[in-house]
Ligand binder design. Structure first.
Ligand code: FES
Length: 125
């Protein structure tokens, strides 16, 4: 797609930042709240964006155990509970914290800039 990605019918902004790699804008800060995670989609891949207090976390949206979408899950503290079988992951590391989940999910360190939330998709933590 040559530097752009489709997100809910509009063009995503992609910013080249030499020291941080290429950052892709996932959503507006206002799209996510502590009660309501946000699903962003870039090139058909889903990302779940969470707010915990003043911090933001980004994980793969698809649960590593099955078809659950973590953006539809329940976040408490720094954990998210998958809505499908109630397995849990640490939002900071992607490590499973409750069965049946055993395989870590990818996580990214978000960059909050100009009212948006960005990640370097090619470089998960
Ligand atoms: S699909 Fe997420 S816990 Fe099974």
């Amino acid at each position: 797609m040559d530097g752009t990605a489709v997100w809910e019918g509009s063009e995503l902004e992609i910013v080249a930042v030499p020291t941080e790699g290429v950052l892709t804008r996932l959503c507006e800060v206002s799209d996510v709240s502590e009660d309501l995670p946000f699903r962003a989609e870039v090139d058909t891949v889903g990302y779940a964006v969470f707010q915990v207090g003043e911090l933001y976390f980004v994980t793969a949206d698809l649960c590593s155990h099955g078809p659950g979408y973590l953006s539809e899950g329940y976040a408490e503290g720094c954990e998210v509970e998958c809505p499908f079988h109630q397995g849990r992951f640490d939002l900071r590391t992607g490590v499973p914290t409750s069965p049946p989940c055993e395989v870590p999910i990818s996580v990214w360190t978000p960059v909050v800039r100009d009212g948006g939330i960005y990640i370097d998709i090619a470089n998960p933590n």
